[in-house]
Design a protein around this ligand. Sequence first.
Ligand SMILES: [Zn+2]
Length: 381
Amino acid sequence: MGWSFRIAQVKGIDIKVHVTFFLILILGAVQWGGITGTLDGAIFGVVLMILLFTCVTLHELGHSLVALRFDIPVREITLLPLGGVAQITKNPDKPLHELLIAIAGPLVNVVIAAILFVILGGIGGASVLNGRGLLTSLEQPSPQGLLVWLLAANISLVVFNLIPAFPLDGGRVLRALLAMALGYRRATRIASAIGQIIAFGLGIFGLLEGNFILMLIAVFVFFGAGQENAMAESKTILTTLRVGDAYNRNALTLAVGDRVSKVVDFLLTSYQPDFAVMQGSNLIGIITRSDVLQSLATSTVDLFVTEVMERDMLKVDAEKTLQEVRELMTQQSKRVAAVYNGNAYLGLISAEDISEAFAVLAFQARQREARQGQQTQSGQV
Ligand SMILES: [Zn+2]
């Protein structure tokens, strides 16, 4: 994610903070400074926010470390003002793995809450842990107040995340449980429908209560659920086609001695955005439209394509499914992959090619379903 910088690294996972995150720190300082009218109050606000986001980070690390256990790469964890995002590069194939990854996050907060509960009990005994004691400490910027706030926040994190609606953890838990009995695609359809119903209810409730944040969350969950369903559909469909059957067979290619001006010609006269640079029958690099544009913008001479091409390529076997290739592209942040049959180079495939293939396959699948529907209808008549 742009505009974010690394503050730590755990097991190879970068933990990054987005610049807008500092708004939250300022907000904490202003709010608590305003309530108490003191500098101590402002410092309390900042410390509270930092500790709060430490809990969020630990939650995301819970998901991430379990994902790593199942050999699913995690690119980074980014902290935004609205929470943390762990970029786990793909959904696990086994429902049990998805269940464990999803539950690990909230479980971390359960553990933190339990520890805080014990500490608070140790400090103030029962007088702190009854309702009135908790409320009093919430109003004062004291160390005890800090612990009570964190306890409340961790409990809220568990409750909120376990709402069974995508993209919240509860939605994933629900999908994983359903998938054990019904298969991935049907489980996703049902889980995402339930998620949208819950989001709708949440939205109505927020509207009646005049709670803007709740309405915002409802919208976020509603679209998240729809997106998850679309992703599951495309995953199922893209697993049916091998990349060897989908790459562009009639692609224009470049040779070692060619210059950028030739690629410009190709770009103007064809719809092809990426070109293989060949040495005989061997692929030695890929040159993309953006490489060309960058070269045109920064260079005054007509460079050789070998000077601007990308040598570090993603190579995939023709036997892989489009879904596998798409996952590899996401993991390695590549838009284009070179397709090979053993050692023989066949051609290139891009993320756009996969999207197009998906559109065609989804259309065919819908037509098949419609035909089957007609047949069963006429069968009943
Ligand atoms: Zn989570």
